[in-house]
Design a protein around this ligand. Sequence first.
Ligand code: ADP
Ligand code: MG
Length: 314
Amino acid sequence: ATPTAVMVATGVGANNGILIKGGDALERAQKIKYVVFDKTGTLTQGRPTVTTMKTFTEMNRGDLLTLVASAEASSEHPLGRALVEYARHFHFFNEPSAAKGSQNDHNESNFSGWLLDVLDFSALPGRGVQCFIHGKMVLVGNRKLLLENEVTIPDEAENFVVQLEESGKTGIFVAYNDTLIGVLGLADPLKREAAVVVEVLKNMGVQPVMVTGDNWRTASAVAKEVGILDVRAEVMPSGKVDAIRSFQKDGSTVAMVGDGINDSPALAAADVGIAIGAGTDIAIEAADYVLMRNSLEDVITAIDLSRKTFSRIR
Ligand code: ADP
Ligand code: MG
């Protein structure tokens, strides 16, 4: 392609909210063989909401949510934010002693206020959060987090979470003082265009892949819904880079599409890093393409543009 053609293509991209960082990036996109999608916030809307909650001790639901919200108060993770938001609404509608639901809600509250003081907060990537409240350890996160802290998960809780996961939801466990006290289920719906885009990519000869830190059952359910056959789940943030490298092994050109938080190293490792949506500054910096409109359709437009610019018969 002539420099003029590259300039024209870059301009066409910009008009569609597709920012392309240079002619090399534009050229590499025509050879993309795999598109690796992050799940949360890339294939999904990235705004999870709590759909269910269950307690497993005498503690009432308000107190369970007080612990959850306090532990997650300074979390920047979308799951943490969704949990805090849910607790805020729950307390707004249930306090001081308005209509109560069924589960243990007749039990006296052990706490005053809906946010408690927290000591030694830590966010544990790929697992959840940990802190101390009233001198006792609070854990909010996945199985891995509870297993690492030797908290036993009763069968009833495990079965409840398996059911959530089989329907594509994420189950979050809550432990207080080494005891599992509750479980919450969160749903994060697919973006409206996700399934169509996956279908079109396949027809273009591009293989879609999904990579996520979420558990296998949830990941598989979501992948099935969107039409992706190749799934890598329970991948720690650092492991996304390894996933990219494994697809590059035979010399294939690999694109990574991600929205930020943990995705910057993988965006940088990919042959074509595509940041989607507002994203984080580091993600935008690590990427070769930025899709400003937050629509997955622009992944197709980007590949098309490159193919048309570089394989035109002259
Ligand atoms: P993703 O690739 O989907 O963005 P992450 O690596 O951010 O995944 O998180 C993986 C898993 O770790 C989540 O599905 C959740 O189970 C757990 N997790 C991470 N952060 C939190 C948090 N703040 N609260 C609860 N669970 C969390
Ligand atoms: Mg993510």
